[in-house]
Design a protein around this ligand. Structure first.
Ligand code: FAD
Length: 473
């Protein structure tokens, strides 16, 4: 039998949840082993998620900005694409960032183990090393941070023309046409990249709206833009069948009225959700419980049914976002280090990095309604923002939801340029228990898009300077 090593804390999975947990635990004085199959920490987010997708969206933005510059009297010749260079640059960003995380691990004296981990029982891990050997590790505490992977899709065929988000990020050629199955944020972001690069993109969504969970008025400006940039946006439409032909994939659709149609696409991107990486860990030989979808069940300290085992990030469920995983990781690490901590955020912001961007945090109109909350909603259209006009971004909107009685800020939603950067003011306001007056009376610099946050708060009282909407008596 191989050596049995001991450690105070083993973290399985080095994505934004796992590495944040490991770093925080080491900062708090624990002796930590961080285990992942990859060369360096980074996880889905850095290797095949947030970072590569945002690098490609940056390229898409350069292309779109150059085209739109014509309105301002600047005409560029159409761009020439060098896909190898684009891929190399993206990979360089990934290497630099993951390499940097590796250095931070060493600086904190964390033992980074390149292996696949599985439970022998609730007290012992087996580590399957790259060279085929295995080791055993007996940790005092364990954090499971194994993340998630793309969900497979019902009418699936085996074909080189089918992509999931992981291989869609490695662009080897630009498909003449692309069908994106799923109108969630990953599908819309990647669809936007391919459309900017020259593919004819169609998105198909089974429900009657894109980005379910986001208030409709925030989705409208994006949907209008996508309807211009994409060949089609098919809502209330299901993919029934796919068949590979010599020149593409024939896809059969059925719409809400039961009408059938079909079309052929060069490539098909399946982005219908993600599922937890909880299988393969042999959780059955531990007391760790999962729900019907395989997500690990945890309490507010991120503790599983086994008191010394914690779980964080995508493997514990929605929202599957990097910053939520990191925040949970820090809580779990603090609890293990003996601190009083719980994961009880009042707002977890979420950003869709399309053009325009959409960002939300806290309650939406839909969620407030579902919870029976009595709220006042104010909207500040960006047609009234000087900065938005100078950025050709007048189709944006900032909205705020406040408690009807106390005017405490409960939610914020923004669609428009840099919405992802602006939303943090809303998240801070919600976490601080700020009221609309706080945002209204905070002097914001002019001319900036952040003024739309201040003006939306003023609009609660019918006192926004740049729109005239008197308060209801
Ligand atoms: P992961 O990042 O998935 O990391 C899990 C790690 O565990 C992996 O490195 C894996 O190799 C390792 N692992 C799994 N099983 C084992 C095992 N048995 N032994 C050892 N190691 C194991 N989120 C955002 O917040 N913003 C975005 O803009 C964004 N964009 C995205 C774009 C795309 C295309 C995708 C796919 C995702 C995006 N996400 C985004 C989601 C984000 O990537 C995840 O929410 C985040 O990575 C979850 O972090 P995690 O630590 O829970 O797991």
């Amino acid at each position: 039998m191989a050596d049995i090593k001991k450690t105070q804390l083993a973290v399985i999975g080095a994505g934004p949840g796992g590495y944040a947990a490991a770093f925080h635990a080491a900062d708090l004085g624990l002796e930590v082993s961080l285990i992942d199959v990859q060369l360096n920490p980074g996880g889905t987010c850095l290797y095949r998620g947030c970072i590569p997708s945002k690098a490609l969206l940056h390229v898409a933005k350069l292309i779109n900005d150059a085209r739109e510059a014509e309105e301002w009297g600047l005409t560029f010749t159409p761009p020439e694409l060098n896909l190898d260079k684009m891929r190399d640059r993206t990979n360089l960003v990934i290497e630099q960032m993951t390499g940097g995380l590796g250095q931070l691990c060493r600086a904190r004296k964390i033992t980074y183990i390149r292996a696949r981990a599985s439970f022998v029982n609730s007290r012992r891990l087996i580590l399957f090393n790259e060279d085929g050997s295995d080791d055993y590790l007996d940790p005092e505490h364990i954090i499971i941070a194994t993340g998630s992977r793309p969900t497979l899709f019902g009418p699936l065929i085996k074909s080189e023309r089918l992509m999931n988000s992981t291989n869609a990020l490695q662009i080897n050629r630009i498909p003449s046409s692309l069908l994106v199955i799923g109108g969630g944020y990953i599908g819309l972001e990647l669809g936007s990249v391919y459309a900017a690069l020259g593919s004819e993109v169609t998105v198909v969504e089974a429900t009657d709206r894109l980005l379910t969970g986001v208030d409709h008025d925030l989705v409208v400006p994006l949907q209008k833009r996508l309807e211009q940039n994409f060949k089609g946006v098919l809502l209330s439409t299901k993919v029934m069948e796919m068949k590979e032909l010599e020149d593409g994939v024939r896809v059969q659709f059925e719409n809400g009225a039961g009408e059938k149609s079909s079309a052929v696409y060069d490539k098909v991107l399946i982005s219908v959700g993600r599922k937890p990486n909880s299988q393969g860990l042999n959780l059955a030989d531990t007391g760790v419980k999962t729900d019907s979808k395989g997500f690990i069940v945890v309490d507010e300290q991120r503790r599983t049914a086994e008191p010394h085992i914690f779980a964080i990030g995508d493997v514990t469920g929605q929202p599957m976002l990097a910053h939520k995983a990191s925040a949970e990781g820090k809580v779990a690490a603090a609890v293990i280090a003996g601190k009083k901590a719980a994961f009880e955020p009042m707002a977890i912001p979420a950003v869709v990095f399309t053009d325009p961007e959409i960002a939300i945090c806290g309650e939406t109109e839909n969620s407030a309604k579902a919870k029976g909350l009595s709220v006042h909603v104010a909207k500040f259209p960006w047609t009234a923002s000087g900065r938005a006009s100078t950025l050709s971004s007048s189709d944006g909107l900032t909205k705020i939801l406040v408690d009807a009685e106390t005017s405490q800020i409960l939610g914020m939603g923004i669609v428009g340029n840099s919405a992802g950067e602006l939303i943090s003011e809303g998240a801070l306001a919600i976490e601080m228990g700020a009221v609309a007056e706080d945002l209204d009376m905070t002097i914001h610099p002019h001319p900036t898009l952040s003024e739309t946050v201040m003006e939306s708060a003023a609009a609660i009282f019918g006192q926004s300077t740049h729109i005239y909407r008197p308060a209801k008596k």
